[in-house]
Design a protein around this ligand. Sequence first.
Ligand code: FAD
Ligand code: NAP
Length: 547
Amino acid sequence: MSTSQTKPSTVDVVVVGAGFSGLYLIHKLRTMGMSFRVFEAGSGVGGTWYWNRYPGARCDVESMQYSYSWDPELEQEWRWSETFAPQPEILKYANHVADRHNLRQHIEFNTRVEAADFDEASNRWTVTTSNGESISARFCVMATGCLSSPRAPEIEGADSFKGPTYHTGAWPHEGVDLSGKRIGVVGTGSSAIQAIPVIAEQAGHLTVFQRTPNYSIPARTTPMNDAYEREWKDNYAERRDIMRRTAAGNFYERAAISAQDVTPEERQQVFEERWAVGGTRFMTAFNDIGTNAESNEAAAEFVRGKIREIVKDPETAELLVAKDYPIGTKRICADSHYFEAYNRDNVRLVDINTNPIHRITPNGILAGDEEHAFDALIFATGFDAMTGTLLRIDIKGRDGQTLNDKWEAGPRTYLGLMTAGFPNMFMITGPGSPSVLSNMMISIEQHVDWVSDCLAHLQDSDIHAMEADLAAEGAWVEHANAVAHKTLHPSAASWYMGANIEGKPRVFMPYIGGVGTYRQKCDAIAANGYEGFVLNGQSPRVEAAAE
Ligand code: FAD
Ligand code: NAP
């Protein structure tokens, strides 16, 4: 591991984060010959896959599609064991990439970036780390992740619990022995849905505290099939190219017709076929599940029917059926025998709407009028998504304005890449970009490529300061909102809307216009001389972005 003593305190670029975004950035910056330093709060690479080691964690994008495309030889060499890779294997892949490309030497681990101050006179950032070091950098690239600040609810008495408490997003590296223990899990989002069936097998007894039921489709992961793998490897370049131009960065069949254009019997048949194939592609069974309330309800009702079929106890089944929001407007989940877990004798579901959690006690959780005794508590309660990690860094831009102040009413960015008033600071998969609505490998590569090309342009053109134009940013925010409101998404109290955090502004944060469309816009903007950005105080035209 490198030490900061040997590193320069003045560089071209500071990169924050060494997940898949940060790793690819290192590769690019090194190729471009820029000087840089990279800080990572964790002790290893992999970001999400380094921190989220809970039992059952795995990708819900197919393994063959959730990998880098920038190393074609690796693409051919690497072998995934299953159609949906488990977390340890993705982490192994991240480590393999770091070693194969000698990226690790550039990363300062166990070092958190705590502050970043922009100095207008020099057009440079002063970045302060948890080691107390200050680094001067022309550019700051935040590769800090959209889902990297785990969040546990504040429940009275939390400190009084005698046993250990875990969060799925910060799972102990040494693993946790849950065998035979009485376990309480709070939350039923994607993480919980993956963890619960595995925990149920290990635990003596498992109690799940549910606030909102979720729609989930069986992932149906299988051992990798040689012929399928070969087919991918023979066609990688072509398929990746197609993926980059799709709505969500995935390679699979997306229906071109509305659920309203077929008979109820045909619709049922299509849903059955998608359910049998498994995975989140269920949501593309028709082209209007995300936009047409009736089509959405048909899909939702189909899934409800499946849950009622799987879960034997009708009362439990009814509690597990989501009724209050359209399917897909909270992140659709993919599971491996989640609903089946509730048929086990050692699993119990507690609806906290009718049995509110009053407090955590030394022995467990008091919910309704019952105290549930546990040996360990697990919070699968999600993240301060998209903005939380950035806002935890004390970022001060032009005129000493803090990012916290600027985003008080919700994040405002131009393309999710930059925010006005914070020159020379780029975000990878920032709010206002497709990010979490896509296969994130596709979005990460697109952002890293765009930012690297931009940095090369600034260097070649002797441009010292670049920032989002305020008007262009306003137009982008308006456009992103308008696109979101054409869908059913804003109707749900989701983390996409900031609704999982009390007091967080309710704004639909990712860009739902599609990764293909978004890429075209970003490319056109760059080709037009970085339209909508202010370069060395000059503001090019701003019209194209929101067209
Ligand atoms: P991250 O992987 O989050 O890495 C960011 C890094 O920055 C972290 O290591 C963090 O420690 C570091 N960092 C943050 N702030 C600081 C700071 N101030 N100082 C120093 N270091 C800092 N996406 C998909 O496309 N498909 C999936 O199936 C999928 N599954 C997921 C499962 C889980 C459990 C979660 C939480 C997310 C999942 N995602 C999935 C999204 C996933 O986050 C991305 O796919 C991708 O891994 C993000 O990479 P990243 O490098 O941008 O961010
Ligand atoms: P999440 O989707 O935000 O789910 C958090 C769960 O905790 C929800 O059920 C939520 O209920 C509940 N909760 C939150 N606060 C609570 C409180 N005070 N009391 C009771 N319950 C509370 O978080 P996550 O499951 O960690 O997933 C986050 C995102 O990470 C996913 O949406 C996805 O993008 C990604 N992810 C992907 C995968 C994958 O399949 N590859 C796996 C895990 C995560 P409410 O719904 O009522 O808020």
